[in-house]
Design a protein around this ligand. Structure first.
Ligand SMILES: *[C@@H]1O[C@H](CO)[C@@H](O)[C@H](O)[C@H]1NC(C)=O
Ligand SMILES: *[C@@H]1O[C@H](CO)[C@@H](O)[C@H](O)[C@H]1NC(C)=O
Ligand SMILES: *[C@@H]1O[C@H](CO)[C@@H](O)[C@H](O)[C@H]1NC(C)=O
Ligand SMILES: *[C@@H]1O[C@H](CO)[C@@H](O)[C@H](O)[C@H]1NC(C)=O
Ligand SMILES: *[C@@H]1O[C@H](CO)[C@@H](O)[C@H](O)[C@H]1NC(C)=O
Ligand SMILES: *[C@@H]1O[C@H](CO)[C@@H](O)[C@H](O)[C@H]1NC(C)=O
Length: 326
């Protein structure tokens, strides 16, 4: 297992002459770890639309606002991509257009990569493949008037639901994950065609260390499965970087999150194993003790059974920002 000092830098290729990556606006895709609530979104799930409200016109996207409050992310507060862009972090509503580093976030909570491999969590869920198709059909034309594709970073964090949902499949997992990530990169390649040249991917968190998985001798997914998926993601990214004129970065979120869990004191964290039962109560910030929690949410690693606290997202975003500049 990697420590904080392990050489996790993984930049596959840099293009000459483009705007520095740390200043580029971001377009994001993914699942609940990345989704932000939009005023034109499906509450608790998306910034814009859903699988039944898939099409939107040229006025809808620019007038959409990022909501920030206790229920507007899956973390009870800002998530990694909001911290990374400093867009939508303040409570209330924020137009991405007003941000110095704009964030256009099409992640959908509960998303997997494709129904080719795993079923939808809800019938309105927009899978990763469909997020990208939807963006190509309705988002890009509008966004390209606001941001040049060549100066935009495509940030994707996905696979978390996939490895969970498929963990008991009777398959040869390394091959299955190779197929999954191959579909992921085929989908991402559709953005290359539109002119996007800069890509950031985050690998899987140590999902074998969720509160539920720690409590059992047979975690789903287990550490080997997480490693296999992450290997497949890296191989897929390498192939994409070889085939196309793109810069691709894979951030080792796995190592960073293990590093936080293994050295909680350095980050002001206390509880790496459980989560506070009252995490979704409106008064949890002040009255955590009323819910049997000895420390505030900020000192927990896990927000609930499957999600990281907003504090962990902030640490991760800080480390990612430094890494992007490095
Ligand atoms: C969103 O989540 C909140 C808090 O869990 C809940 O009260 C609300 O009903 C949910 N909204 C929808 C549309 O599901
Ligand atoms: C968060 O903001 C949304 C949209 O304004 C609102 O519907 C929801 O009730 C708010 N939730 C909380 C906990 O304030
Ligand atoms: C989606 O699922 C919900 C709940 O299971 C169901 O009530 C609804 O009819 C479904 N919608 C469509 C269009 O299939
Ligand atoms: C992976 O994809 C190949 C080619 O489509 C297929 O033959 C194989 O059954 C798949 N394997 C798994 C484990 O999903
Ligand atoms: C994890 O699960 C896979 C698939 O069932 C299995 O091959 C592997 O040995 C398991 N790893 C550990 C550490 O239990
Ligand atoms: C972690 O938090 C859970 C839930 O509040 C609690 O049951 C557990 O005792 C805590 N563990 C430690 C080491 O503080």
């Amino acid at each position: 297992m990697c420590s904080l000092l392990c050489p996790d830098l993984f930049l596959l290729k840099t293009l000459a002459g483009s705007q520095k990556v740390e200043t580029k606006p971001r377009i994001a895709f993914g699942d609940s770890y990345t989704y932000v609530q939009g005023t034109h979104g499906h509450q608790n799930y998306s910034f814009i639309g859903d699988q039944f409200n898939y099409a939107y016109d040229a006025q809808t996207l620019p007038s959409d606002m990022i909501v920030q409050n206790q229920t507007a992310t899956a973390e009870g507060g800002p998530n990694w991509i909001e911290y990374l862009t400093n867009c939508g972090v303040q409570p209330g509503i924020t137009s991405p257009l007003s941000c110095k580093k704009q964030l256009w976030d099409f992640a959908f909570a509960g998303a997997d990569i494709s129904t080719e491999y795993t079923p939808l969590h809800h019938n309105f869920t927009v899978s990763l493949v469909n997020q990208i198709t939807q963006f190509k059909e309705y988002g890009h034309a509008t966004i390209s008037h606001i941001l040049p594709a060549t100066d935009t970073l495509i940030a994707t964090w996905i696979g978390i639901n996939d490895v969970g949902d498929s963990s008991k499949y009777p398959v040869h997992f390394p091959t299955f994950y190779k197929n999954l990530t191959s579909t992921l990169f085929t989908s991402i390649d559709g953005l290359y065609t539109l002119g996007y040249r800069s890509y950031l991917l985050l690998d899987l968190p140590p999902l074998d260390r969720t509160p539920g998985n720690r409590a059992t001798s047979t975690p789903h997914p287990n550490a080997t499965q997480v490693d296999w998926y992450n290997d497949a993601l890296r191989s897929g990214a390498e192939l994409f970087a070889k085939r196309r004129d793109v810069e691709v970065r894979v951030f080792d979120a796995h190592a960073r999150l293990n590093g936080i869990m293994d050295h909680p004191g350095q980050y002001g964290m206390v509880n790496m194993t459980g989560f506070c039962a009252g995490y979704d109560q409106p008064d949890i910030e002040l009255n955590y003790e009323d819910y049997g929690c000895p420390v505030p949410l900020d000192e927990y690693f896990w927000f609930n059974s499957r999600h990281l606290t907003s504090h962990v997202h902030r640490i991760l975003a800080e480390e990612l920002d430094e890494w992007l500049q490095g």
